[in-house]
Design a protein around this ligand. Structure first.
Ligand code: ZN
Length: 192
């Protein structure tokens, strides 16, 4: 099922998400929904809080970046309870965007390599190292699980310059090709 993506300003995006327990009811459906919603919005990563589920899980598919970085051609993965245990390598700038912050793209500086521990949908434990764009997607999505958004990493002056754009997004004054839910927006009452 395709869910609306929560827009900047929504409280759920700022809440640290909870760990997922083994045998979590509805895990399979949640993974399917994350993928369906991500693909419908042409994203390369989507975290559960972005569809209103405050749980530590995100999905990725780096295919769209495979020309730029062939290593992400097969970067289709589900990360459950991910923990970034190490970040190292040279800091580099990469132009990030976020489905929750449509039309805003900014160069963000982060370390180039991450070591991440996580569970996959079969509940196998992984301890892996990623670099380049794969590392970047992991860093961006893992932030979502801690209530952090990529604009938080920008220098204060740049953030200030974006203030009006961010406010407009939170008020729903933005057009997207995918469905979004804006803070304060009332859900339509169910038809009787
Ligand atoms: Zn994002």
């Amino acid at each position: 099922m395709i869910h609306p993506i929560l827009a900047y300003g929504h409280v759920t995006l700022r809440r640290p998400a909870a760990d997922i327990t083994k045998n979590h009811a509805g895990l399979k459906a949640l993974i399917e929904d994350l993928y369906e919603t991500m693909y419908a919005a042409s994203g390369v990563g989507l975290a559960a809080p972005q569809i209103g589920q405050s749980l530590r899980i995100f999905v990725t598919d780096g295919e769209a970046f495979s020309e730029e970085d062939p290593a992400v051609a097969n970067f289709k993965k589900v990360f459950i309870n991910p923990v970034i245990v190490e970040e190292y390598g040279d800091d580099w700038f990469f132009n990030e965007g976020c489905l929750s912050i449509p039309k805003v793209r900014e160069d963000v500086e982060r370390p180039s390599i991450v070591r991440v521990q996580y569970y996959d949908p079969d509940w196998s434990f992984h301890d892996e190292v990623f670099s380049g764009i794969a590392a970047r997607i992991i860093q961006h999505e893992a932030d979502h699980l801690d209530g952090i958004l990529f604009v938080d990493h920008l220098p204060a002056l740049r953030r200030k310059m974006l203030q009006n754009d961010l406010k407009a997004i939170s008020q729903g004054l933005v057009k997207t090709t995918y469905k979004m839910e804006f803070p304060g927006q009332k859900k339509k009452p169910a038809r009787v």
